[in-house]
Design a binder for this molecule. Structure first.
Ligand SMILES: [Zn+2]
Length: 195
């Protein structure tokens, strides 16, 4: 085995590429989708070394220690099953995903989406699933600290907390970029994968 995890190095000098490993639960489903469960090559190698995972697929690149050469894992599977969390984190990405990356007032997709408090913060509106929506800059500025009705804006739908299933279904429309070819068998995104 590796002499020391501190002494391993990779063949490739391209530091920008960190060879993430897709981490699967013991049932061969990704440990999480949003964000996609990825480990750095260092963590993946460590888990292999500690015998906590099996390697399912590998990159062409290898890591070296004094006595060993190991291919970098691209897909690993946990040996023990972890019960998936039912919790949907209230995160920027999850909120935009719930709203399908569209302004909830004008319905336009925008690269400059922001958050809008339906009941403005200054009027006691909370920062929570039920009171925050994705909004484009223009609608956000227009609405400012008013209610939508006051400035002629209308919400597409009342915001609510999404279930993990709802987010998973919405996520099918928005696959992450740069999916490695070896991950495709374990993901549901129907897309061309990059090498
Ligand atoms: Zn808008």
């Amino acid at each position: 085995m590796l002499d020391s995890l501190g002494e391993i190095s990779t063949d490739c000098s391209n530091k920008a590429h960190n060879w993430p490993a897709l981490i699967l639960n013991a049932d061969y489903r990704p440990l999480s989708y949003f964000p996609l469960s990825l480990w750095s090559w260092q963590d993946a190698i460590k888990a292999v070394y500690l015998d906590r995972v099996d390697v399912v697929a590998e990159y062409k690149e290898v890591v070296r220690s004094a006595s060993l050469i190991l291919p970098i894992p691209s897909v690993i599977v946990l040996k023990s099953f972890i019960k998936p969390s039912r919790r949907v984190p209230f995160s920027r990405f999850n909120l935009f995903l719930r709203d399908e990356f569209k302004c909830q007032y004008c319905g336009k997709e925008s690269n400059n989406l922001t958050f809008d408090h339906v009941i403005p913060k200054c009027k006691g509106g909370k920062t929570k699933w039920e009171n925050v929506v994705a909004a484009c800059n223009i609608c956000n500025l227009k609405k400012a600290a008013n209610s939508a009705g006051q400035v002629g804006l209308k919400l597409a739908a009342l915001p609510s907390k999404p279930s993990p299933e709802i987010l998973l279904n919405k996520g099918k429309k928005f696959p992450p970029r740069n999916l490695h070819a070896t991950w495709r068998d374990f993901l549901y995104w129907d897309v061309e994968c990059e090498e």
